[in-house]
Design a protein around this ligand. Structure first.
Ligand code: NAI
Ligand code: 15L
Length: 265
């Protein structure tokens, strides 16, 4: 494609994938509310607050695809979540609707279903069971995307990311981990497939200990190559196992299930 927009480019995941996006687009427009550092020759860097509708409209202008990572990524005060993940998402979809409906990858989260137990196996049709306000905001995002698909045909990949980081850092992540390379391969499939629709995709590597079933999205042609199992010995050598009744061992959302509702101050 000609121009791909990456929001949340200054965040952990954004920084990891940013250098590799040139494989998908001639120009990569990187954006964040935070400092983006210097732009590479194939990049355009745009500082933008997702809660600013006019700025988001400008940001989306001329883009053929969007990888939307920007927003609050953990449990937080409702006021912060609302601005970035609720208003921000509405702004993004309205901007896309006005400007040719570029295909969107929405970074949803396993925290949409965090209250399922770790001994349950899920496909994409299970009822949502968010584990906090952050998870609820991702449920909103999935519902918003679905509405724009039904009403206007806007295509979105709803990627319920497990834990996308360099390597798993606890036992739960032996199930939820997705490598950066598998995520990049997924991005390629999402923007290449002739008809995407608005599917839920579990964002995980080919982990032996997986809880989630991606068979409904085999048409994407995505074959994750990594497997968190190769880190098991390292984890076992460095980290005590959580007690069997600890939230980290009980719930798919792990510790997020224990977060309070943070007070506005
Ligand atoms: P992060 O918190 O490191 O990055 C998020 C970025 O969004 C930050 O750079 C932040 O400055 C930016 N942002 C926040 N509010 C904004 C606003 N109002 N306007 C513009 N930009 C704003 O999070 P991370 O780990 O990079 O995750 C990226 C996305 O993927 C997030 O949406 C997160 O919810 C989702 N995700 C990530 C997972 C992971 O394992 N890394 C797991 C599940 C979901
Ligand atoms: C998420 O949704 C968070 O954005 C990320 O920071 C991780 O905590 C991840 O889920 C996880 O569940 O491991």
């Amino acid at each position: 494609m000609k121009r791909l927009l990456l929001t949340g480019a200054a965040g952990g995941l954004g920084r990891a994938i940013r250098p590799h996006l040139a494989r998908f687009a001639e120009t990569v427009r990187v954006s964040d509310i935070a400092d983006l550092g210097p732009a590479a020759p194939h990049e355009e860097a745009v500082r933008c607050d997702l809660s600013d509708a006019a700025a988001v409209r400008e940001l989306v202008s001329g883009c053929d695809g969007i990888v939307h990572l920007g927003g609050i990524s953990v449990e937080d005060k409702f006021s912060k979540i609302v601005g970035a993940n609720i208003v921000g998402l509405y702004n993004l979809y309205e901007a896309a609707r006005a400007q040719g409906q570029p295909r969107i990858l929405f970074a949803s989260s396993n925290h949409t279903i965090g209250f399922y137990r770790q001994d349950e196996h899920l496909d994409a049709t299970v009822p949502l069971r968010p584990d906090g306000l952050y998870g609820v905001s991702k449920c909103f995002g999935e519902a918003l995307a679905r509405m724009y698909f039904e009403k206007f045909g806007q295509e979105t990949a709803l990627v319920r990311i497990g834990s996308c980081m360099e390597k798993p850092t606890n036992y739960r992540m032996l199930s939820t981990w997705m490598s950066y390379e598998d995520f990049l391969a997924l991005i390629g499939c999402i923007f290449r497939v002739p008809r995407l629709g608005c599917p839920v995709i579990w964002g995980m590597s080919d982990n032996d200990a997986k809880w989630w079933d991606n068979s409904a999205v085999s048409y994407l042609g995505w074959t994750p190559r990594d497997n968190a199992e190769r880190f098991r010995a390292e984890l076992e050598a460095s980290l005590p196992r959580p007690a069997p009744d600890a939230p980290m061992a009980l719930y798919q959302g792990g510790q997020f299930t224990q977060d309070p509702i943070f007070e506005e101050k």
